[in-house]
Design a protein around this ligand. Structure first.
Ligand code: G6P
Length: 605
């Protein structure tokens, strides 16, 4: 939700800001803006719509200065418009601010400002930050920042410039991500690593209410009491290429193709190195748990829905999967015997962070599976492992999901082993199934014609239903979500056996139904559901493991995935489902990497 960037150096700031914003566009794309300081004054340019619009405007009206901040917006308070775009200025245009988050008490603060003769000119919650800071500014920017943030309720990541102190950018955050990078005469602030990866791999992660002062000569940190904070940078291993399209038409297609590689790397990272050490330590405690809760949002939550089946089957321990947005307000039954697993690509999703804090407050042991190194969830959970997906740019998650699944499989096997539920030979059998997954994914991607052609036939469908049983049902929910996100087609995922209890009423002539049938033992049951929808006129795409019993007919097209133990089959069927959603969206001409109304990193509740 909103991306922020800042640059200070000896070059013109604008190209760095635009380039950074393009890499942050996945965080929101309702409007964008920059403020650049030429040493004396700010020039602010803001445009509704995509960053390309802002870029165009800046081509026509170039802006120069060696320090600047920029913002790409996902609108919450105030419609997307030029006026409501960031950066926001104080009344006398002395201070410029970009903000990611929500200022919950903005109405109160507006009223307070109004009583002092300062009227906000935009509809946003963010403007109060710039106005308040300028009101408090008496020649000491840090002092004004501290006085302001002490009054803010809600969440924020802020980039701040002051024209009376033009040789610095100030960064401060609470509950929203902010990194500081660089230094060889230039420094950056940004919401996320890909925004600065081209220029630096040396990154500092800011903690809540720490204030960074970024100058051309380096960065210093202090807390809200103005005490110096010592910090050491991290070196980011991600390559710059991994944040580029690399010849693919969309990031999503590139990221689908990257899955064999990143899944393999994730397997490797769990068998050796830091991730393995974390699992070793956590598995020493398995006997102390009597329940597992998996909580996450969106696609990440569906990885939990899949793995619930595997955990309960192999470990014989109850697993609940709870949407993070529901967990917090559900008075969850959680204590020190509960292992709460948090799954998040970004590690910054507000609902998942809230669930994590709630679980900790109730005494649970927390374990996170996160992709973004140094993110809030990774840092605050008791145990954390990283997926090796690399930067995922497309808003719809693909490779992060696949690496989450793999991590959960391996954790589950380790857990079962330490509980004594499986023996050495069973453990090895599971590992050999898992280690074959990357090559099997490759073979699906290389043979995607069936899906591509099917998508070309049904992309005009008004509604598409996904059905499956057991673990096939779990993965069908992810297939349905991908389709909704990318192609704006109404879709529902249903447990095959439940269809007849209501949803079958919606099946009519030519309705498209995607049936997932990788659980061979349930073939006859799933197939009877397929027969029920065919009888009512549906056209079915049946995804099964090679050697499955479904056959092509006038009403049924079959897409195979390589044979695999059914427990791990979602890692293969999901590739077909991703490709299906991708090609439907491509046929419809949708904006695949940036679907409407969505943002990749949802840092508001
Ligand atoms: C957003 C994204 C989804 C993602 C979800 C959870 O809704 O659009 O693709 O699955 O957030 O994000 P996380 O970073 O926590 O995995």
């Amino acid at each position: 939700m909103c991306g922020i960037i800042g640059y200070i150096g000896s070059d013109n700031a604008t190209p760095y800001i635009i380039e950074g914003l393009k890499r942050l566009e996945y965080r929101g794309y309702d409007s964008a803006g920059v403020a650049v300081c030429d040493g004396e004054n700010f020039t602010v340019v803001k445009q509704k719509g995509r960053i390309a619009n802002l870029e165009e405007e800046l081509k026509n009206h170039p802006v120069n200065g060696t320090v600047g901040i920029g913002h790409t917006r996902w609108a919450t308070h105030g419609e997307p418009s030029d006026l409501n775009s960031h950066p926001h200025l104080g009344k006398q245009s002395k201070i410029a601010v970009v903000h990611n988050g929500i200022i919950e008490n903005y109405k109160e603060l507006r009223a307070k400002l109004s009583r002092r003769g300062i009227e906000c000119v935009t509809e946003t919650d963010s403007e109060v930050v710039a106005q308040l800071m300028e009101y408090y500014y008496k020649g000491d920017l840090i002092e004004a920042v501290i006085k302001t943030v002490n009054q803010l309720e809600g969440s924020y990541a802020l980039g701040i410039m002051c024209k009376d102190e033009p040789d610095k950018i100030i960064a401060v955050k609470k509950e929203n991500p902010l990194i500081i990078g660089g230094f060889d005469g230039s420094g950056f602030i940004a919401s996320d690593v890909p925004a600065v990866l081209k220029h630096t791999r040396t990154i500092y992660h800011l903690n809540d209410k720490e204030i960074a002062t970024v100058t051309r000569h380096g960065v210093s940190f202090q807390n809200i009491n103005r005490e110096v904070v010592s910090k050491w940078p991290e070196t980011i291993e991600w390559s710059f290429d991994s944040a580029e399209k690399g010849g693919y038409e969309h990031f999503m297609l590139k990221e689908i193709h990257e899955q064999p590689k990143v899944v393999k790397e994730t397997i490797g990272s769990l068998m050796n190195g830091m991730n393995k050490d974390v699992l070793d330590k956590l598995c020493e405690k398995t006997a102390s748990f009597n329940k597992i809760i998996i909580t996450a949002c969106g696609t990440a939550c569906y990885s939990g829905s899949v793995v619930k089946y595997i955990f309960e089957k192999i470990c014989r321990m109850p697993v609940e999967v709870v949407l993070a947005s529901e967990f917090r307000y559900s008075d969850p039954i959680v204590d020190e015997k509960t292992l709460v697993i948090l799954i998040s690509q970004s590690g910054e999703t507000a609902d998942t962070i809230a669930a994590m804090r709630e679980a900790k407050a109730r005494g649970a042991v927390t374990f996170s599976i996160v992709n973004a190194v140094g993110s809030t969830i990774a840092k605050e959970t008791h145990y954390n492992i990283y997926t090796a997906a690399g930067p995922e740019i497309a808003v719809a998650s693909t490779k992060a999901f696949s690496t989450q699944l793999i991590s959960l499989y391996i954790f589950c096997i380790r857990f079962a082993k330490s509980l004594g539920k499986i023996n050495d030979s069973e453990e090895q059998d599971y590992y050999s199934e898992i280690s074959a997954i990357p090559d099997k994914i490759t073979s699906i991607i290389e043979n995607s014609d069936v899906i591509k052609q099917y998508a070309a036939k049904c992309f005009n469908s008004k509604s598409i239903f996904f059905i499956g049983r057991n673990i096939d049902y779990a993965i069908s929910m992810e297939g349905s979500l991908k389709l909704k996100e990318l192609a704006y087609i109404h879709s529902e995922a249903y447990a095959g056996g439940e269809l007849k209890h209501g949803t079958i009423a919606l099946i009519e002539e030519n309705t498209t139904v995607v049936a997932i049938g990788c659980c061979k033992r349930l073939f006859s049951k799933t197939w009877s559901n397929v027969e029920q929808v065919i009888t009512r006129g549906a056209k079915v795409l049946y995804i099964q493991c090679e050697g499955g019993e479904a056959t092509e007919s006038e009403h049924v097209s079959v897409a195979n995935v390589p044979d695999i133990n059914e427990l791990f089959s979602p890692s293969l069927s999901v590739i077909q489902l991703q490709l299906f959603a991708y090609y439907i969206a491509a046929n419809k001409g949708c904006d695949i990497d940036k679907p409407r109304n969505l943002a990749k990193s949802v840092t508001v509740e």
